[in-house]
Design a protein around this ligand. Structure first.
Ligand code: 0RA
Length: 627
């Protein structure tokens, strides 16, 4: 007998010694998280007594000496003698993983996330005291670093029932033994929400702050708390069901928010990564909404809302209780029990179906919300696809409309971006094929108001420009890939022409700045007038030149004012605008582009007042502007 006892003592010391040697193996770390792990370990044991319907009160006190007291009115840790003459209390507090031997529990929190047992708390505490009120007697045992310093003693009589654990974390293990009142309070509040009617309090004796929580409304109040600052679109919905030894409870409410907030728990342990219970809920929710929506013609013909549509703006708390929860994943934050998926799905579906039928007004509100979520998602999807399409900018495919030059050395190549089809045609005929490429633009280039990037890129004409440049786009932009070292914008000298020029410059300014910085961008300067006298033809690029030429040739001349590039034939266009020997090109500076950008923002942007002032100021010049 004596030998056996000694053998067991050695075993205890070895067990707890292992905990002290490698605490991180048991509690994760010895920093803040590990420290709080100790406290939660004891609280979880108290919560087990709540789940077993014995405890109704839990009290946490942070003492000034750095110790913690946790008191509950559960059954009390068993104290009867163990087979080897030892109190069960001593076994539970000193032998690793011994707690289970004495348990006949339906649900366990303590087996879950923390789940290391009181003995680990004991091993990592400078001192611990267990006081048990059970069957009229008060039992006490004291320990130092896991080793009993007293036997289990009866110190008096009591009318109460329950357990009081006092412990002081060991500074040999924990560099800092300061508890975080706020953090603990939040977890205790959560536990109070999850266990309706249970009173949970915390007191910080360092500053005499205290909080106490008791929520008769349980999860419903949890939702009210979570949605406090949101715009709710109906009242909280609550369902609960117990079949056999599986319990499920859910409260939820939609808000006008765009995010979903689904909190899930298994045996009061937060399942941060969801699991089978959450997937059962999603399936049931989505199917029920689709079925009801279809039957009641609340969905547009034939469409189905997706799981994401069904949870947009949803705040939900799902709490299930199972005898043997399986926590999976790296952080043990995911429920794995496969039987739970169908359980939650069918429980939720039937309850929600009935709710929708009995509350057609709320049903409609919820379905309208889901439909608008669906529409928003479709629009966002389209935008995303467009952004993704910028991938084609990295390809080497050239736009079909580009008439490329033969020369391959970018330094010798020129790209003419030409507005309008007829000008495009004559520039193709008139160009120097060797070095000059033509990209005609037409179509709805003007209408990209307030355009976010994806919209600008959606514009075919713009996309062709980017593809022809060959530089790629955004993070893939590489100025060294530019295929032409002269990029010439050739547009009419009218409102539409300047509009197009402004738009392209704005694009370059905002998204291709290095092209401007390196001086690659030019504007063509077609002549404004053709002056003819018998066989002599001259061009004037401005009014001064016109006056000069008229004087030169004497008064008897024929003057043609060019309105558009299309009015010139191929030879004229070559001669006046494209021939490097005779043309005028204006190099566009950063400042020019900046100005274009300003004008663009002014004309297309949101600020109404400066736009109105601008339009009034330039009313005469911009008569045809379609804003
Ligand atoms: C082992 C067995 C039983 C309860 C407990 C431990 C228990 C542990 C703690 C820790 C803090 N408060 C606690 N309350 C209970 C089951 C008791 C029985 O079957 O009578």
């Amino acid at each position: 007998m004596q030998d056996e006892y000694n053998a067991e003592s050695i075993q205890i010391l070895e067990g707890l010694g292992a905990v002290r040697r490698r605490p991180a193996m048991y509690i994760g770390d010895t920093d803040k998280k590990g420290l709080h792990h100790l406290l939660y370990e004891i609280v979880d044991n108290s919560i087990d007594e709540v789940l077993a319907s014995f405890a109704k009160n839990i009290e946490v006190i942070l003492k000034t000496d750095g110790s913690v007291t946790i008191r509950d009115d559960g059954r009390g840790i068993p104290t009867e003698k163990h087979s080897m003459g030892k109190s069960a209390l001593e076994v539970v507090t000193t032998i690793l993983h011994a707690g289970g031997k004495f348990e006949k529990k339906a649900y366990k929190v303590s087996g879950g996330l923390h789940g290391v047992g009181i003995s680990v708390v004991n091993a990592l505490s400078e001192w611990m005291e267990a006081e048990v009120h059970r069957e009229g007697k008060i039992y006490v045992q004291k320990y130092a670093r896991g080793v009993p310093t007293t036997p289990v003693e009866v110190i008096g009589d009591t009318n109460y029932r329950g357990t009081i654990i006092r412990f002081k974390p060991d500074t040999q293990i924990f560099p800092i033994i300061e508890f975080d009142y706020e953090m603990i309070m939040e977890r205790l509040r959560e536990l109070a929400f999850l266990n309706k009617g249970v009173r949970i309090s915390i007191k910080n004796e360092h500053n005499n702050l205290e909080s106490a929580f008791i929520f008769e409304g349980g999860l419903i109040q949890f939702i009210e708390h979570l949605n406090k600052t949101r715009n709710k679109i109906h009242s909280v919905i609550y369902f609960a069901r117990q079949v056999g030894n599986i319990e499920a409870e859910i409260a939820f409410q939609y808000t006008d928010s765009y995010s979903e907030m689904i909190y899930s728990f298994a045996n009061d342990i937060k399942t941060i990564d969801g699991g089978t219970h959450v997937s059962g809920l999603r399936t049931g929710l989505t199917r029920t909404l689709n079925d009801y929506g279809e039957e009641n013609k609340l969905l547009k013909n034939g469409v189905k809302i997706s799981g994401d549509d069904a949870t947009e703006g949803l705040t939900a708390v799902l709490s299930i209780k199972v005898p043997e929860p399986q926590f999976e994943g790296q952080t043990k934050g995911k429920l794995g029990n496969s039987e739970i998926r169908g359980y939650v799905d069918s429980f939720f579906s039937s309850a929600f179906k009935q709710y929708l039928e009995e509350n057609p007004q709320n049903a409609k509100i919820i379905l309208v919300k889901c439909m608008s979520a669906m529409e928003a998602r479709e629009a966002a999807q389209k935008a995303k696809e467009l952004i993704r399409r910028k991938g084609i900018f990295e390809s080497t495919i050239l736009p079909g409309k580009l008439v490329d030059c033969i020369e391959e050395d970018p330094a010798k190549c020129e790209l003419f971006i030409v507005e309008g089809d007829s000008a495009g045609g004559s520039s193709k005929q008139g160009r120097d094929k060797q070095t000059q490429a033509i990209l005609p633009l037409k179509g709805k280039i003007l209408n990209v108001e307030k355009a976010p990037l994806n919209k600008i890129l959606m514009n075919n004409e713009i996309r062709n420009v980017v593809l022809a440049l060959g530089t790629g786009f955004g993070t893939d932009f590489d100025v060294n890939k530019l295929r032409y070292h002269k990029v010439v914008i050739m547009s009419d000298a009218d409102v539409d022409g300047s509009h197009i020029r402004t738009l392209i410059l704005t694009l370059f300014y905002r998204h291709f700045k290095p092209l401007l910085e390196n001086g690659y961008i030019y504007a063509a300067m077609p002549p404004l007038y053709k002056i003819k006298k018998s066989k002599i033809e001259k061009y004037a690029y401005n009014d001064d030149e016109l006056a000069k030429i008229i004087t030169e040739l004497s008064e008897d001349v024929e003057i043609q004012r060019y309105k558009g590039l299309g009015e010139m034939n191929a030879d004229q266009l070559w001669e006046t605008t494209m021939n490097p020997e005779t043309r005028i090109l204006k190099k566009i500076t950063i400042e020019d582009a900046m100005k274009a950008d300003e004008i663009f923002s002014l004309l297309m942007g949101d600020a109404v007042e400066p736009r109105r002032a601008f339009i009034e100021q330039y009313a005469r010049e911009v008569k045809n502007l379609d804003i």
